[in-house]
Design a protein. Sequence first.
Length: 193
Amino acid sequence: MSKKVIYSVLLSSLLLLNIPAKEAAAQWAGMAKTTSSQLVFGAWKGLGKDCSRADRLLQIVGDGVDRVTRDIRSGKFRGRAAVDFGKGYIEGLTNAMEVVVNQCSRECSMIGKASGEWSAEIFCAVSDVIGGPAEFPGMTDYPNLLCGEPYRMSCESTFVGITGRMCRQYARGRNYENFYPASKRGCCAYDPR
C-alpha cells in the first residue's frame, strides 16, 4: 500500500470517526514513528546489518527524509497534524538509529583498540630508532562514520596504555601529545561529518 493511500485512509478515518484532537495527534505521531523506524530497520536489514556499510545506510535514510520533507511541504499535512507527524518521524529515526549505533559500537571499539595498538607499536619502534618521540605530521584516520566516539575512546586509551608500558620514556612531550588525540587529528582521529 502506498504512503499516499495510508495517509488518506488515516486522515479520513480520523475525520469520519470524529476522533478527539489529542488522540488524532497520537495516531499521527505513532504512524510517523513506525514509518521512520521501518525505513531505518528495513535499510539496515537490506545492508546485512553490516557496520562497515553505515555510510550507505545514512544515504538511504537521508533520501527517505527528503521524500517526507517534500510530502510535508506539499500540504499533505496541515497545522497540528504536520507538527505531530514531524515529531513522531524524528522520534522514530532517533530511536532506530540508536539501535544501529549500539549494534556497531562493540565492533567500533574493537577496531579502535586494534588501531590504537598498531599505532602505539609503530610509534614506539620509530621513537626507539630516532631516539625521541616520533612525529608524523598531518596524519588522519577516518573510520566509518558510525564508529566515532567508541572508536576514538578505545583507540586513544589503548594507545596511551601500550605506549606507557612499551616506551614510557617517549610517552610525553608535545610530539606525543599531538600524535594520538582525535581532537588534534592524530592517529585516533575520525571524520565527524
